[in-house]
Design a protein around this ligand. Structure first.
Ligand code: CAA
Length: 259
């Protein structure tokens, strides 16, 4: 099966490069259950498709890559459901991309927040448009990053900067992200896909088998480990707390939370 139909994703394959575009603009591509499932299916499909050598993951339009996990979907979850949300995301999608058999390039076309930045960080490299904004705002909602962000942000930018981003819940611009090493490159919004294709083509020239092995070896020290398990457990623990209830309620009511 070489063509797949999705409701919130578009998949194009051309010249051995797959472009996977998230398309749920009304919610700024916030990741709901259905999108996670569709992304999981797309990643499985692309992994087994030998014609595809590199995958570019991006969002439709110039406003948002992904504005996080869908807050409306999890605001009423209890601890058990919160923990399951995190664990399922880790297993079915975020670890799956990180451990894929071919390089993933995140082309960050706008907001990459919470689960959105976590998705970009699960990819192997990142290119951001000049207008992109990145952050892990979970603590403003009374929760913590639950899709690998606590571990991957530290690996990419170091503990001090990562903790500042998680404590402040603030967004950084693409220049700061480049300075931090969070993104490999920045470019004008209209050049984003072209730059991503250029990078993809520079990868295709080299051995795909070797690249798959590089991913396995690099991940043998960086991925897995107790940090991810601890994140899932602590993420679940936030659910049912008064501050989580206030944080998510404030978001829905479009006001500042009172912590
Ligand atoms: N979940 C659900 N809906 C979301 C959303 C999210 N993460 N982000 C945006 N939306 C919705 C908004 O509610 C709004 O919907 P309505 O039109 O129905 O009101 C629509 O998308 C457009 O958003 P805004 O009107 O807010 O657009 P803006 O330009 O004023 O602000 C923004 C953009 C700063 C990104 C703002 O939308 C925002 O702060 N979003 C939430 C970011 C966030 O906290 N993400 C982390 C989620 S928690 C998480 O990801 C947990 C985890 O690790 C697993």
């Amino acid at each position: 099966n070489k063509s797949m139909k999705f409701s919130h994703l578009n998949l194009f394959i051309q010249d051995r490069i797959a472009t996977l575009k998230l398309n749920r603009p009304k919610a700024l591509n916030a990741l709901n259950k259905e999108m996670i499932m569709e992304l999981h299916q797309a990643v499985e499909f692309l992994d087994e498709n030998d014609e595809v050598r590199v995958v570019i993951l991006t969002g439709e339009g110039e406003k948002s890559f992904v504005a996080g996990a869908d807050i409306t979907e999890f605001k009423d979850f209890n601890k058990k459901e919160g923990r399951a949300l995190s664990a399922t995301g880790h297993i079915s999608l975020f670890n799956r991309i990180s451990n894929a058999s071919k390089p993933y390039i995140a082309a960050i076309n706008g907001f990459a927040l919470g689960g959105g930045l976590e998705l970009a960080m699960a990819c192997h490299v990142r290119i951001a448009s000049a207008n992109a904004k990145m952050g892990l705002p979970e603590s403003s909602l009374g929760v913590i990053p639950g899709y690998g962000g606590t571990q991957r942000l530290i690996q990419l930018i170091g503990k001090g900067r990562a903790l500042e981003m998680m404590f402040s819940a603030k967004m950084i611009d693409s220049e700061t992200a480049e300075k931090y090493g969070l993104v490999n490159k920045i470019c004008d919004p209209e050049a984003l896909i072209m730059e991503s294709l250029k990078m993809a083509n520079s990868f295709i020239k080299n051995s795909g088998d070797a690249q798959a092995a590089i991913i396995r070896v690099v991940n043998s020290t960086l991925e897995g480990g107790q940090g991810f398990d601890s994140e899932i457990k602590e993420f679940g623990e936030r659910f049912g707390s008064a501050e989580f209830a206030e944080g998510t309620k404030a978001f829905i009511e479009k006001r500042k939370p009172n912590f």
